[in-house]
Design a binder for this molecule. Structure first.
Ligand code: AMP
Ligand code: MG
Length: 483
């Protein structure tokens, strides 16, 4: 019995899409060590956590690849900060195969940081421990917050040292995703005018992610419209929780509608649409408040990649593309309002709600209110009967809000609000604190942080500091892409 047979991995991508990837024979590492295993995710996937704990280090670092598996690196292109790069691809990741969970859902198992591939360009194919842990913590937090996302199954230390901002231990992250197919994957074949591969990729993706839309004679259109809706729902969720992705390049936009690439992301504290964390995003292209527009821009690139397959006549194709962008706009708007109403405990939609929401956001911006905790303070204030903030501008808004809530029992409104407004997010200073300790060999703060953010809506005794914004001494926060 081989190890992978024990995992029961399949490989429909490799078997169906010849020419869309490069086979990889990973070099592996002599002394891999399993640092973190997501036991509950393993169980969900139908993988045995005890077995992984005992034997997983070699398998989940690419150090042991049994006969019969076909690790591959996927080809993709992408628009990075607006510029098209025709040749990206998995430069430090390999797709080990696909797991089908007990409910029949198919997931990619991808090893990130397992070594160089034909797509590595100048990169070393490695990942640093802190960046692997960062992705683990933030993606698991996103999942707990109810946001579609790739997930983290494990982090394995490779025993090597990698050179980044600082020298760091090398690590491999096992990422679990509905798939790793991106807008950039389509762009790769469109740029090469390889219509045959483009068509095969579209059909495969539609079948895998949107099987209820396969009854069509226009797969390209069906896929574009499905992705437009999925991205609209996704980005609305980011906005609700103050998430700044930081690198919304088209190679980081999945066709499944899951959040992917946790390089420079961070959560906003003081509410400000101009919030940017990534050190290389100097013009604020991917600022918090720009994310909905960038989502549309990225979908326009997807439409361009598919344009010749959308319709025979170019005018008709352009109309279909415009229609897909309208679907995106309608979806993100409706999802955003619905979520914002829920954050304020407004069960059904009423005239004046958009203004009420906007007035609160304006006040928050003018007063640098912490985005996450403000909504929790609002729910507490309902049962306290006093406004959450004792500021003249706020008190007027508070009265309007209470009038709008009318005679709904306030305790039940507060309860409904607490179910959608997180108490805990991965606060930037807490993440940095945990990663610093991990680089010193102490994983305890990372484990604690993971526990906290995995139950974001439930008050955890003794963990008040995880709910508070960074102290002033932490200063402005900047994240890095080179991880
Ligand atoms: P990202 O900024 O993570 O979206 O990555 C953009 C591209 O750079 C992708 O093709 C990655 O595979 C590649 N890449 C990032 N880091 C490395 C690395 N250390 N070695 C090789 N390729 C990398
Ligand atoms: Mg990426």
């Amino acid at each position: 019995m081989t190890i992978e047979n024990t995992l029961g991995l399949e490989n429909t991508y490799a078997s169906n899409l010849d020419g869309l990837f490069a086979p990889i024979d990973p070099a592996g590492f002599p002394h891999p060590e399993l640092l973190l295993l997501n036991r509950s995710l393993a169980t969900e996937l139908g993988l045995a956590p005890d077995w992984l704990e005992a034997y997983g280090a070699a398998l989940l670092s690419g150090s042991d690849v049994a006969d019969g598996t076909r690790p591959i690196a996927q080809a993709y292109a992408g628009h990075q900060f607006g510029q098209f790069n025709p040749q990206l691809g998995d430069g430090r990741a390999l797709l080990l195969g696909e797991v089908v969970d007990p409910r029949g859902r198919r997931f990619d198992l991808q090893l990130k940081g397992a070594g160089r591939t034909p797509f590595s360009r100048q990169g070393d194919g490695r990942a640093a421990l802190d960046s692997a842990l960062r992705e683990y913590v933030v993606s698991e937090a996103m999942h707990a917050l109810g946001v579609p996302t790739t997930r983290a199954l494990a982090v394995v230390a490779t025993g090597e040292t990698v050179m980044r901002q600082r020298a760091a231990p090398g690590a491999v992250l096992t990422r679990v995703a509905a798939s790793h197919i991106r807008i950039g994957t389509l762009e790769y074949f469109a740029a090469r005018r390889d219509t045959d591969k483009l068509r095969r990729l579209i059909d495969y993706t539609l079948q895998r992610h949107y099987p209820d839309r396969t009854d069509t004679d226009n797969s390209a259109r069906a896929l574009l419209e499905a992705v437009a809706a999925a991205q609209g729902r996704l980005i609305a969720r980011w906005m609700h929780i103050g998430f700044v992705h930081g690198v919304m390049n088209t190679d980081n936009v999945t066709l499944s509608g899951e959040t992917i690439d946790y390089g420079p992301c961070a959560f906003m504290e003081a509410f400000d649409p101009n919030t940017v964390f990534s050190g290389i995003d100097q013009h604020g292209r991917y600022a918090y408040g720009n994310q909905p527009d960038i989502g549309a821009w990225n979908l326009a690139r997807m439409a361009e990649a598919l344009i010749e397959l959308l319709a025979e006549e170019s005018e008709a194709a352009i109309e279909i593309a415009k229609g897909a962008l309208e679907i995106y706009g309608r979806t993100i708007n409706a999802a955003w309002f619905e979520g914002m109403r829920a954050k304020l405990g407004l069960a059904e939609e009423r005239e004046g709600d958009p203004e009420l929401i906007q007035e609160l956001l304006d006040w928050m911006k003018d007063n640098q209110a912490d985005y996450t905790s403000t909504f929790r303070k609002l729910s507490v204030s309902l049962t306290d009967a006093a406004p959450a903030f004792d500021a003249p501008g706020f008190v007027a808004w508070d009265q309007k809000w209470r009038d709008r809530l009318g005679d709904t029992p306030l305790a039940s409104v507060a309860q409904a609000m607490d179910a959608v407004n997180p108490l805990y997010i991965p606060r930037n200073h807490k993440v940095e604190e945990a990663l610093d300790a991990a680089l010193q060999g102490d994983l305890a703060p990372t484990r604690t942080l993971l526990e906290v953010v995995s139950q974001p809506f439930v008050a955890q005794p003794g963990r008040d500091t995880f709910a508070a914004p960074a102290p002033d001494a932490f200063g402005p926060y900047q994240t890095h892409c080179n991880t």
